[in-house]
Design a protein around this ligand. Structure first.
Ligand code: CAA
Length: 258
């Protein structure tokens, strides 16, 4: 892979979009490689993923404007589908994905961060959906996920006006969970990922599935989704050990993902 780096530290995978000369903009190759890297993650050993961009300036400055500039209607739709398919893969990825947003998260960059489970950012981060200023709509899920995350009123203001917001406002509107000095961002992302990875993996995955699926249906159906996933945790080795350890007033030695 030329434009994506992958590293594994203990149970945490780190995916870095590495196209710094174009501020990590998403062209077809980056999208293909992003798809490939998520397919290649070993879910037997990796329990959480941190997704970030190369350099200190930009997470992802959007879809590649040069590549998009000459697309036909059909090609535009196909490019949207390419991005949407990868981002949906990330959203539905069995284990949690944390976006460590290290600078610009514009257009496709903001959309990529929103396909992750959790967003944290550096204090120089800038979020926005500038697409209408380029004559297009957000095309990798922005019209759908932004409204779901921060509410339709604020999302419509950001999308219609194409006005960017800085890290402190992203925090205020609930787009990011926390803001850190740039130098501390990766450590904080890895700390959070490590904390997640230290919990019972089958249970963590079930929580992700329950939240994602439950949000698609009404509450009566949603609680049934939860009941089924709750039930599935019982008699796993990690459930037996987790509860035994509590009752014996000791710490779990390390969950086994079994
Ligand atoms: N696509 C292609 N190239 C991009 C890019 C993008 N989205 N964003 C930045 N680059 C390139 C620039 O063309 C430039 O390349 P050259 O050095 O070869 O000229 C390089 O990255 C550095 O960028 P700038 O010189 O512009 O850096 P800056 O510090 O002056 O500005 C910026 C930074 C404000 C992020 C500015 O680059 C910018 O506005 N980028 C575009 C942001 C944008 O509109 N994103 C949305 C794209 S549309 C989209 O994403 C659609 C969708 O939903 C799927």
């Amino acid at each position: 892979m030329e434009m994506i780096k992958f590293e594994q530290r203990d149970h945490v995978g780190i995916v870095t979009i590495d196209r710094p000369k174009a501020l990590n903009a998403l062209n077809s190759q980056v999208l293909d490689e992003l798809n490939e890297v998520f397919d290649s993650i070993d879910l037997n050993t990796v329990r959480a993923v941190v997704l970030t961009g190369s350099g200190e300036k930009s997470f992802v400055a959007g879809a590649d404007i040069g590549e998009m500039s000459n697309l036909s209607v059909e090609e535009g739709e196909a490019f949207g589908k390419k991005g949407n398919d990868v981002f949906r893969k990330i959203e539905l990825f069995p284990i949690p994905v944390i976006a460590a947003v290290n600078g610009f998260a514009l257009g496709g960059g903001c959309e990529l961060s929103m396909s992750c489970d959790i967003r944290i950012c550096s204090d120089n981060a800038v979020f926005g959906q500038p697409e209408v200023g380029l004559g297009i709509t957000p095309g990798f899920g922005g019209t759908q996920r932004l409204a779901r995350l921060i509410g339709p009123g604020k999302a419509k203001e950001m999308i219609y006006s194409a006005k960017n917001i800085k890290a402190d406002e992203a925090y205020r509107v609930g787009l990011v969970n926390n803001v850190y000095p740039q130098a501390e961002l990766m450590d904080e992302a890895l700390k959070l990922a490590g904390k997640i990875a230290s919990n019972a993996p089958i249970a963590v995955r079930a929580c992700k599935e329950a939240i994602n699926e439950g949000l698609q249906v009404d509450m009566d159906k949603a609680i049934v989704v939860e009941e089924k996933l709750f039930g599935k945790c019982f008699k796993t080795e990690d459930q037996i050990e987790g509860m035994k350890a509590f009752l014996e007033k000791r710490k779990v030695e390390g969950f086994k993902n079994k």
